[in-house]
Ligand binder design. Structure first.
Ligand SMILES: [Zn+2]
Length: 453
């Protein structure tokens, strides 16, 4: 079989691997991600696909994040009507993430048109919300370990512990067994179970997002308790910009446990993100996939106040006593959190707490670097509030955790490893770490490279 690397090489976005079987009849994609970040990367989303999507027998999706799934609606728009195989929970999460991505692209296109920022007179979205909604009809969800057949190939998903529904793909075809790690979670994540060790493989495509970093060993609950308590002692509001899937659920879980254990006062907590509310409900649907007990889940639903409508969101500004608002987006690049920040940033009693990686160029990164003011909706807002960061809540294993995961596997030293899904430095550090600390040899895959197996 041949594997062509069509994304997730030299970058953590656009994951896309084309598998072509020896019989020349079957071709399918593992992951179908959107390129994000730098403009030269995003432009790849607009290029004619480097494969013939009419020949595809299927798309195999490791998990719901857009850097793995966000190109599916584009292929649908071009005419792809084949199946998309993934875990049931991935399908459920895609049903909120993909339409949202489409709507954001429509808004961006309108913004570009209004401000004449595009070289096109009528800038188009890559796809719209309706197309993203429609492509969900292609999804054929399965359970972990349930076999999927594509021509002569057979495959299954095994839990990868990254987010709900996330799986590694184990593919058997042409007498070989190939693993696609997908994004790999951590051994001691607060809410997800550890990733399952891999079976014996001939080849593994391994993610390397944190190939050059170790996550700090931090007591998240203690750090969060201290931030909540100092904010309350100032009589202020705590605003937490958060990603809707995974992070928002972890934050709710941490806050509610702190209240139950008496480590922080019983404060109103508002989840002001319809998407995060939907995601929390989906987490509650799959109790065997995470560490949250039924009691935790119902506690989450009763202890947290969900503000779905815009009016409910706006009404939060009338609350005078200390409270906590969790709202999107996670890097304060858009969403409802901007309205709360505009109102509360000039308030020295308030705290803005970032709870995840802040990419360069985002408001979050600028505020953490100590900006005196940030531009929100065209206005410069002075930063008088305290800006804090809750470190180490990553949903990706670091290099040591990935190495340990491989050591637990049944893989032998001869297994070929191709490193993907990492910035160049991270992927190369991962390669060196494996070389020096494990029996495995790895190389870093290149964009458009074809590997013959
Ligand atoms: Zn992911």
């Amino acid at each position: 079989m041949n594997i062509t690397f069509l994304g997730g090489t030299g970058t953590v976005t656009g994951s896309k691997f084309l598998v072509s079987l020896e019989d020349g009849k079957q071709e399918f994609l593992v992951d179908c991600g959107m390129f994000q970040g730098y403009k030269w990367l995003r432009e790849r989303n607009w290029e004619t696909p480097l494969f013939d999507y009419r020949r595809l027998s299927g798309i195999v999706l490791t998990h719901a994040h857009l850097d793995h799934s966000g190109y599916i609606p584009r292929l649908y728009q071009l005419g792809y009507r084949g199946p998309v195989y993934c875990h049931h929970a991935t399908r459920d999460l895609c049903s909120i993430l993909l339409p949202d991505a489409g709507r954001i692209q429509e808004e961006d296109a309108r913004f570009y048109q209004r401000h004449q920022l595009s070289k096109h007179a009528h800038p188009e979205p890559l796809y719209n919300g309706d197309t993203a909604e429609a492509c969900l009809e292609l999804f054929q969800p399965v359970a972990f370990d349930e076999p999927v057949r594509i021509g002569n190939a057979s495959l299954y998903f095994q839990p990868a512990g990254h987010i709900l529904g996330a799986g590694s793909v184990i593919l058997e075809a042409d007498g070989k067994r190939v693993g696609f790690s997908g994004d790999v979670g951590r051994p001691d994540d607060l809410i997800m179970h550890p990733p399952r060790p891999l079976p014996a493989l001939d080849l593994l495509l391994l993610e390397s997002t944190y190939g050059d970093r170790r996550h700090p060993q931090i007591d998240h609950a203690a750090q969060l308790a201290e931030i909540v308590n100092t904010t309350v002692s100032r009589g202020g509001v705590l605003v937490i910009p958060s990603f809707a899937v995974g992070r928002a659920q972890t934050l709710q879980y941490l806050l509610l446990n702190l209240m139950r254990d008496g480590k922080i006062p019983k404060l109103p907590v508002f989840l002001d993100s319809p998407m995060a509310i939907d995601a929390s409900e989906i987490y509650a649907r799959y109790p065997d996939q995470h560490r949250l007990s039924a009691e935790n889940c119902s506690f989450m639903c009763t202890g947290i106040q969900y503000t779905r409508s815009v009016d409910q969101s706006k009404a939060l500004e009338n609350i005078q006593y200390p409270h906590i608002i969790i709202a999107g987006s996670g890097m304060a690049t858009g969403g409802r959190v901007l309205h709360h920040m505009k109102r509360l940033l000039p308030d020295h009693r308030a705290t803005i707490l970032f709870a995840g990686y802040q990419a360069g160029g985002t408001r979050g990164a600028r505020m953490l670097a100590g900006s005196q003011s940030v531009k929100i909706h065209g206005e410069y807002v002075p930063c008088k509030a305290k800006v804090e960061m809750l470190e180490g809540l990553s949903a990706h294993a670091d290099y040591k955790e990935l190495g340990d995961w491989l050591l637990q596997s049944k893989m032998e030293s001869g297994t070929g490893i191709q490193l993907v899904h990492g910035e160049p430095d991270a992927a190369d550090c991962m390669r060196l770490y494996l070389q020096d600390n494990t029996p495995f040899k790895a190389r870093v895959a290149d964009y458009r490279e074809i590997l013959r197996l």
